[in-house]
Design a protein around this ligand. Structure first.
Ligand SMILES: CC(C)(COP(=O)(O)OP(=O)(O)OC[C@H]1O[C@@H](n2cnc3c(N)ncnc32)[C@H](O)[C@@H]1OP(=O)(O)O)[C@@H](O)C(=O)NCCC(=O)NCCS
Length: 208
């Protein structure tokens, strides 16, 4: 089921120069946070920026189709301007959902899309039946720690490892992982809830 929730508006400040003066205006655009559809996948490459990651995006989408994860997009004016992946399997023994690959296309940053995506991801984790969310922050991305701190995430350890992926050109890229692990206990009473009924419900595994 494709579900879509319009989560208010995001305001974009624009400046238009005229010969006589400079005019500043604010535009409001509706934001919809929803699960990705297959036809989003090419656009999620953001004009080539993430084309090397095509395989990773496709894998996240297949995981969503199997009910073992979610690929959320923040759609602004028909464009998937932000994305967040959720993995329900990786830490299932701890009943923790793993949020990963949060990113907002640069021209749309600092408008609240990242925050909305994380809150929607947490709601999906709760709907799956877990009460904790976890994510990793690369040690060379310390600037983003304040963003997660404001959302209530706390450091709970570090992880090192590696993964690899194949680019559309056939090259295999190996990536070293060196991350802080952040965790948040989720409470249904205080969680963000979409206006539409149970649109985030993830498919629970058989037997649950
Ligand atoms: C992190 C990210 C998703 C936030 O998206 P966003 O839509 O800008 O988020 P919001 O508008 O909800 O919040 C932005 C706030 O977080 C802060 N922030 C986010 N990343 C930051 C960074 N690397 N350094 C400093 N501040 C950062 C912004 O300064 C802003 O603070 P302000 O509200 O005081 O101005 C976006 O910056 C991004 O895509 N970054 C590159 C990918 C990345 O680092 N992802 C996180 C991986 S763990």
């Amino acid at each position: 089921m494709d579900s879509a929730i319009t989560m208010g508006t995001t305001t974009v400040n624009t400046m238009a120069s005229t010969m006589a003066n400079t005019m500043e205006e604010a535009l409001s655009l509706p934001v919809t946070i929803r699960r990705a559809r297959r036809d989003d996948l090419p656009e999620l490459e953001w004009f080539g920026l993430h084309t090397p990651h095509r395989e990773i995006i496709a894998t996240a989408f297949r995981t969503q189709e199997r009910g073992q994860g979610a690929l959320l997009v923040a759609e602004v004016n028909g464009f998937p301007a932000g994305q967040l992946c959720i993995d329900f399997q990786r830490k299932r023994t701890l009943k923790r959902g793993t949020l990963w690959a949060l990113r907002v296309f640069a021209p749309f940053r600092k408008l609240g899309l990242g925050t909305r995506l994380v809150l929607a991801g947490e709601a999906a984790v709760l709907d799956y039946g877990y009460a904790e969310a976890e994510l990793g922050v690369d040690r060379d991305n310390a600037g983003v720690l304040g963003f997660y701190d404001r959302l209530g995430y706390e450091a709970c350890g570090t992880e090192r490892g590696r993964y690899s992926y194949r680019t559309p050109d056939g090259d295999v890229v190996h990536v070293a992982i060196d991350q802080w692990i952040l965790r948040k206990v989720l409470r249904r009473e205080t969680a963000w809830r979409p206006a539409a009924p149970s649109s985030w419900a993830a498919t629970p595994p058989p037997g649950r």
